[in-house]
Ligand binder design. Structure first.
Ligand SMILES: Cc1cc2nc3c(=O)[nH]c(=O)nc-3n(C[C@H](O)[C@H](O)[C@H](O)COP(=O)(O)OP(=O)(O)OC[C@H]3O[C@@H](n4cnc5c(N)ncnc54)[C@H](O)[C@@H]3O)c2cc1C
Length: 380
């Protein structure tokens, strides 16, 4: 049996960021992941978008601090992350959407974010040629952008290892050991790890790691597909993320073409991570209506990843109510990559008994026993 201060289950952006932020303060940390590489779960399959534009003020606060940390990442961590700060633009097609996004923009501005509602004329200056006949306005923030998820995760992993963290790959956590109401360690297929603190950073698999400790962690996996095209005429010249808010069709530049995806109202929870090519027809129908030039694009590659969704589309952060030493950083509902930097710092502070600079108690596990959940509306 190996003994350490903290065991983190999951070597995605969350696990690696938490490990780094703990290790630079002298904590002994082991990170376990069943996959052969760091960031090979949802993190490595995500679209890399980072944005301030949320409807829940706590998500906006997390974005403000995370994006600050990303802006400083190369100096702090010494890793190139290809941070393209060309903004996010949400196209709005009905009055209710405009009102909801206007309320969110008002709240974001009060928190210091330079988001704003823009006219159709301004949209035409910010995008490649789009069909905008049904668009009323857009919500825009020039300080949002797109970042390389591999760069961020491998950067944190390398810096964590340098500070003494052991990242043990190809290692499946099979049980969480508890002693009355206190965690005591984990079992893996290979060996046991004894620790008074366990962090569940298992992304879409977080419910299983919760069950191992007798906890109900309401995180469900939902498959999402990403398609990348080859270059085509009228492909975007910059990296601005454009989202059609009503359909959730989104795209941003990737190579000479675009990276694009879309949710579906009838999607069902599953761990199936194969690309459903029949969904491409639905995406192309919506996508070419909005962005006619896409009709000339050919698909270069595609992949599937899993969103990790909670009932209110907000993450689950902090210690479990009735199990000392069991921390969670999961349930980011499809927008967790961007919050990795600040969540790593916050969870490290909580573990070390320090007051984090953002109070995330509203995102505690115990909120699900209430009926007045505040749902995040701006999910893509
Ligand atoms: C298609 C797609 C697009 C996305 N786009 C964006 C975006 O633009 N912006 C954004 O911010 N977010 C985006 N996301 C969401 C983002 O990817 C996730 O919120 C984020 O990566 C979660 O990170 P994580 O470290 O919590 O989870 P993960 O990266 O999934 O890491 C969890 C790790 O836990 C490991 N694990 C699980 N169970 C066990 C076990 N029993 N034993 C050992 N290891 C275990 C897994 O192997 C995995 O490596 C997207 C997601 C998808 C699928």
């Amino acid at each position: 049996m190996r003994t350490t201060d903290v065991v983190i289950v999951g070597a995605g952006v969350m696990g690696c960021s938490i490990a780094y932020h703990l290790a630079i303060q002298g904590t002994d940390v082991v990170v376990l992941d069943r996959l052969p590489q760091v960031g090979a779960g949802s993190t490595g399959l995500c679209s890399g978008g980072v944005r301030h534009q949320f409807s829940h003020p706590l998500n906006v606060q997390l974005s403000i601090e995370s994006i600050r940390k990303l802006a400083n990442f190369e100096d702090e961590i010494g890793q190139e992350i290809e941070f393209h700060r060309d903004g996010y633009l949400f196209l709005l097609t009905d009055n209710e959407l405009v009102e909801n996004y206007r309320d969110a923009v008002d709240m974001q501005q009060k928190l210091g974010v330079e988001s704003r509602i823009v006219s159709v004329e301004e949209i035409t200056q910010l995008t490649p040629p789009l069909a905008l006949d049904d668009v009323i306005a857009a919500a825009y923030c020039p300080h949002d952008g797109v970042v390389d998820p591999h760069g961020v995760t491998s950067g944190y992993a390398r810096a964590a290892r340098k500070a003494g963290v052991q990242i043990v790959l190809d290692t499946d956590v099979t049980a969480v050991i508890t002693n009355r109401d206190q965690v005591a360690g984990v079992e893996t297929a290979k060996e046991m790890f004894s620790a008074p603190i366990i962090v569940n950073a298992a992304g879409p698999w977080a419910a299983t790691i919760g069950e191992m400790a007798g906890l109900s962690v309401p995180v469900q996996p939902f498959p999402r597909y990403v398609w990348v095209t080859r270059g085509f005429e009228n492909a975007p010249s910059d990296w601005r993320m454009v989202v059609d808010a009503a359909s959730s069709f989104y795209f941003h530049r990737e190579g000479e073409g675009v990276l694009m995806g879309m949710g579906a109202p009838d999607e069902v929870s599953s761990f199936d991570d194969h690309v459903d090519w029949s969904f491409l027809d639905r995406l192309i129908e919506v996508g070419t209506r909005r962005y006619p030039a896409l009709a000339d694009a050919s698909i270069q590659t595609a992949w599937a990843g899993l969103y990790e969704v909670t009932p209110d589309h907000n993450p689950i952060l902090g210690v479990a109510p009735n199990l000392d030493g069991y921390f969670m950083a999961t349930g980011f509902s499809g927008h967790g990559f961007m919050h990795g930097p600040i969540v790593g710092e916050i969870i490290a502070d909580q573990i070390l008994g320090r007051q984090p600079r953002i109070d995330v108690s509203a995102f505690g596990l115990n909120r699900f026993s209430r009926t007045d959940l505040r749902t995040e509306q701006n999910v893509v």
